[in-house]
Write a protein that binds this ligand. Structure first.
Ligand SMILES: Nc1nc2c(ncn2[C@@H]2O[C@H](COP(=O)(O)OP(=O)(O)OP(=O)(O)O)[C@@H](O)[C@H]2O)c(=O)[nH]1
Ligand SMILES: [Mg+2]
Length: 337
């Protein structure tokens, strides 16, 4: 209800208190003075802002916007209420992050994916939009998925799934590949990748086509490792998070044994370098859009969803151990000096 003075522009009218029009108009709306000030005072921006307010929507007491992506600020609230696995997608521009999200939605539209049934999503509209754009005119040469803009902050997609009697929630982050590229060359940008700190699983997307193409191969082999290395060396990834390399766009190399061999060799190199760090490190191959070779199908997607939905361990609330802590006796000399 608006404030009393804004209901009617006639100063003698007491419609806000008496409930009837001073000039006898019935219904009240038919009075030309009724609501005029209110209309004049309306700031169209407010209307939009109100509609966009996350406070409008509550699910299980959690404030979320159902039809857009979830902003990072809402993720913490969501995770406080729901035991959700958080998956962070990392990959340079056009690696296939958004297409992977679209494919997950598209596959759930057709039915269960492996042992998991779709049970709901707080980001249905955003999923549907991406799926539509990924499939829109799939024959054309230019990328069909709109590039995630650097101006956009990270946002999260939500999936609720059912496996037998068990329900599980996953949140998957998406942000522009440019942000990861910037962080690779300038560590000052790593702090901006705030979603990494929330990650239960960090998925590095490795573009199989780019990895095996003669023109791009040397540079890409190097920068892919550099991205992982810079995030790990700068402690941007929680030690508890699983590191997962997703070799994407398998449809583009599938029929060529030499290219597959190259992929395998690079996978071995990655294992040698990152598999020994004490953090769980896995590599899987997927195809999220079998455009170049329909026969490949949506490779590895059932296994992917099973991994992403796998129960996360209990949160470790113990304070982290301090390495090389000074003993009191070591401090004596310092205290005396
Ligand atoms: N053939 C094939 N093309 C794919 C696959 N996955 C993604 N693509 C294509 O790769 C291009 C880039 O995919 P996106 O999903 O937009 O990449 P992104 O990582 O989100 O890129 P940014 O938003 O720029 O960070 C699009 O043209 C997709 O159609 C795949 O599995 N196979
Ligand atoms: Mg994208």
């Amino acid at each position: 209800m608006a404030d009393a003075p804004t209901i009617c522009s006639n100063p003698e009218c007491q419609v806000d208190q008496l409930g009837h029009c001073h000039l006898g108009h019935d219904p009240i709306d038919s009075c030309p003075n009724y609501g005029q000030d209110e209309v004049e005072e309306l700031d169209p921006g407010d209307v939009e802002e109100e509609r966009a307010s996350p406070a409008e929507e509550t699910v299980d007491g959690v404030e979320l916007r159902p039809n857009t992506r979830i902003q990072e600020s809402a993720v913490t609230k969501f995770r406080n209420k729901n035991r959700a696995n958080t998956i962070v997608l990392v990959g340079e521009q056009k690696a296939g992050k958004t297409t992977l999200l679209a494919a997950l939605y598209g596959l759930f539209c057709k039915g269960p994916l492996g042992g998991f049934e779709f049970a709901g999503s707080q980001t249905l509209y955003a999923f549907a939009e991406r799926n539509h754009l990924a499939l829109f005119e799939p024959e054309r040469d230019v990328p069909s998925t709109p590039r995630t803009s650097l101006g956009e902050d990270v946002s999260f997609f939500h999936l609720k799934m059912k496996s037998g009697e068990e329900m599980c929630d996953i949140l998957i982050s998406d942000r522009s590949g440019e942000a990861f590229e910037a962080a690779r060359v300038n560590t000052a940008f790593i702090d901006r990748l705030t979603e990494l700190l929330l990650a239960d699983r960090v998925c590095f997307l490795l573009d199989a086509a780019r990895l095996t193409k003669v023109e791009t191969r040397p540079g890409y082999r190097r920068i892919f490792k550099q991205t992982i290395r810079s995030l790990l060396d700068n402690d941007a990834v929680p030690k508890s998070a699983v590191l997962e390399v997703l070799v994407t766009k398998l449809d583009r190399v599938f029929d060529n044994a030499a290219l597959i061999q190259e992929v395998s060799e690079y996978e071995s190199e990655l294992f040698e370098e990152f598999g020994i760090l004490g953090q769980e490190f896995v590599i899987h191959r997927i195809c999220a859009l079998p455009r170049a070779n329909v026969g490949v199908g949506f490779l590895g997607m059932e296994e992917l969803i099973a991994r992403w939905a796998s129960t996360v361990g209990s949160a470790d609330i113990l304070p982290a151990k301090v390495g090389n802590a000074l003993r009191q006796i070591d401090r004596v000399a310092k205290n005396w000096s």
